[in-house]
Design a protein around this ligand. Structure first.
Ligand SMILES: Cc1cc2nc3c(=O)[nH]c(=O)nc-3n(C[C@H](O)[C@H](O)[C@H](O)COP(=O)(O)OP(=O)(O)OC[C@H]3O[C@@H](n4cnc5c(N)ncnc54)[C@H](O)[C@@H]3O)c2cc1C
Length: 377
């Protein structure tokens, strides 16, 4: 059997790529997913979408992706429950405040309308916040939240309608490379020929690099999250405490959904810990005393696919036809529409969009990469 493109990974990145490939007229596309669609980070994430970043390449990419999210329900003819209540960043120490000041300046220079806020102005946006010790914040009204599952399902549904073959519970175990060019993949017991293979395997992307004989820069790192019982809706923005590495928002169903970064070593472990529960509960109730006594309904974890500069790896490698769309740390959900579109354009036309340039695989050989600092949420 022969495909034009095999996409490895049925998460939001793989499915978005497959959709835009089909839209570009590529005919034979196979998405291989080793478990069920959305079983990786895409079905475990907080759904946050923002353009407040600290590096130019991230801001440019995120801005385009947010433009696309504003129209995505129409594009997919599927309600992705997207709402724009803004992202509110909080700084409780000098270092975080300086970071916000630098970032807002950079964001404004790239036409992002984020603003710096005094503590009292923060309180006006979310009156339930305890602002003791708060130095200030930043806010961008355009940022928002979508519900991850409809985004995954919406892309998958469109893909199927456009003739993309989605194979779930189908693991790629090898990539066939000859004379420096991709020839296909081993999928279950089957060999499938392919002109292009896309590594959209999320936290497992390093395994896929190895299959093609390339050294990965990516490492999987566990990131925990929880959801509480529903409360009457009161919280519009995603709130991020930059000092503590904590984020939380309220879903349309009323649950508080949030996480806090705790140090983890690279692994595929995805268990839930008491350490996380305690760290999140103690910080979030200090920040918002109203949440004391609210019950946690569910706690889970997923993998951040980390790179040395916390920026994704996008585009070509030295192996012809082996295309990367991975390394998204905590930002792949928000970047999925634009990444899918640009990776599809690269494959369908051979043209690498300038937006992809800073994210190339071999950038780590040059030592002047500008890391992304805004990694929470
Ligand atoms: C707790 C948590 C909260 C987050 N919050 C946010 C947020 O608010 N906003 C945001 O933008 N991002 C967030 N992220 C990050 C975001 O979820 C990811 O960056 C994004 O989902 C990556 O999508 P993906 O399709 O690349 O990976 P995944 O969704 O992980 O998909 C990769 C898929 O590849 C499959 N696969 C792997 N190896 C193989 C193989 N050999 N053969 C076949 N299939 C294979 C896996 O089973 C998996 O389903 C969060 C992540 C976590 C864990």
């Amino acid at each position: 059997m022969k495909a034009d493109v095999v996409v490895i990974g049925g998460g939001v990145i793989g499915l978005s790529t497959a959709y835009y490939l089909a839209k570009s007229g590529v005919e034979k596309i196979i998405v291989a997913e080793k478990k069920y669609l959305g079983s990786g980070a895409s079905g475990r994430c907080a759904g946050g979408i923002r353009e407040q970043f600290s590096s130019k390449p991230s801001i440019r990419l995120a801005k385009k992706s947010l433009d696309m999210y504003e129209r995505l329900s129409d594009e997919l003819n599927f309600n992705i429950l997207f709402r724009q209540g803004g992202y509110l960043f909080l700084a409780f120490d000098e270092e975080s405040m300086e970071e916000l000041e630098r970032d807002v300046k950079l964001q404004n220079s790239l036409n992002v309308d984020s603003v710096l806020l005094e503590p009292e102005e923060v309180k006006e946006i979310v009156p339930e916040l305890n602002i003791d010790g708060l130095l200030g914040g930043s806010f961008n009204m355009r940022d928002g939240i979508a519900f991850p599952f409809p985004v995954v399902w919406g892309f998958a549904r469109k893909c199927r309608k456009m003739g993309v073959e989605i194979r779930d519970f189908s693991e790629v175990s090898d990539i066939l490379v000859r004379d420096g060019t991709v020839r296909g993949v081993k999928l279950g017991n089957e060999i499938i020929g392919a002109d292009f293979v896309v590594n959209a395997a999320g936290g497992w992307s390093s395994q896929v690099y190895h299959m093609a004989g390339l050294e990965p820069y990516n490492k999987p790192v566990k990131h925990e999250i929880l959801a509480t019982e529903p409360m009457k809706p009161f919280l519009e923005p995603m709130v991020i405490d930059l000092t503590a590495g904590l984020y939380f928002n309220q879903s349309m169903r009323g649950e508080i959904i949030g996480g806090i970064g705790i140090p983890e070593s690279p692994s595929y472990q995805m268990g839930s810990s008491l350490e996380f529960l305690e760290a999140f509960a103690s910080r979030v109730t200090k920040l918002m005393p109203k949440l004391k006594g609210v019950k946690v309904l569910r706690q889970w974890a997923g993998l951040y696919d980390m790179t040395p500069d916390s920026l994704p790896i996008l585009g070509e490698t030295e192996i012809e036809g082996f295309i990367q769309a991975n390394g998204f740390s905590g930002h792949g959900f928000m970047l999925a529409p634009i990444v899918g579109k640009l990776i599809a354009k690269l494959i369908a036309t051979g043209e690498s969009d300038p937006l992809l340039e800073p994210f190339k695989y071999d950038r780590f050989k040059e030592m002047d990469v500008e890391p992304e600092h805004m990694v929470v949420g």
